[in-house]
Ligand binder design. Sequence first.
Ligand SMILES: C[S@@+](CC[C@H](N)C(=O)[O-])C[C@H]1O[C@@H](n2cnc3c(N)ncnc32)[C@H](O)[C@@H]1O
Length: 244
Amino acid sequence: MTVADAIFSDPRLAAVYDTFDGERSDLDAYLALVDGWGARSVLDIGCGTGTFACLLAGRGVQVVGLDPAAASLDVARGKPHADAVTWLHGDVRSLPRLQVDVVTMTANVAQVFLADEEWAAALEGACAALRPGGRLVFESRRPERQAWREWTRERSCTRAVVPAVGPVETWVDVLDVRGDRISFRWTFRLERDGLELTSDSTLRFRSRAELTGSLTAAGFVVEDVRDAPDRPGAEWVFLARRPG
Ligand SMILES: C[S@@+](CC[C@H](N)C(=O)[O-])C[C@H]1O[C@@H](n2cnc3c(N)ncnc32)[C@H](O)[C@@H]1O
């Protein structure tokens, strides 16, 4: 069983995640694609706290939300329209037989798969869950932009009052840059409880050629590689199709 990072799997951190995750205008492009394709069913891999899954469910789309972090799924279950979503705890290996129109991985989920075998398994699982002709859409940060150079305590430090938790201060520090794997630590200071909690993560920054090659190897046809409209030049949005 995949173990997710503390920021997603520790109930105390999952409870504050959405407050620091902003307005989520990044999801508009995904919504437009799902609408444009006329999709009636979506599998959201790495659905986390379920923001996108619940948005889709509110529009009448049948949604399966999959995530290995039980604490994030618990947050998701409390959101409007959550009752209409099928929540699955686990990774692609735990998927039942599905034939969805679209598979999504929002918010750079694609970068959590560090080993090539793990990434290949995620893509193969996505392909198997799609009906013939169905689409996969995901984003990944462009490595040449070196986004981690901006992940400093000075630039990232934010404070907000989280409902039922109180004031929380958070910041990020990069721990290690090793080839295309970047390790970093989020710190959360929960002022009311006098607690300082940390969560360490590593993300893989694959090249466009690597992502294209891995999609083809998993059986997809790459239809388009676009800019994320809200982060021009910073991310690639891959649109791939399972051949019909
Ligand atoms: C940056 S969050 C994105 C969450 C959500 N997609 C969103 O837009 O808010 C990454 C998510 O990937 C999940 N994750 C980590 N490893 C995974 C795996 N092997 N399979 C599926 N999801 C995974 C984490 O638990 C976390 O919820």
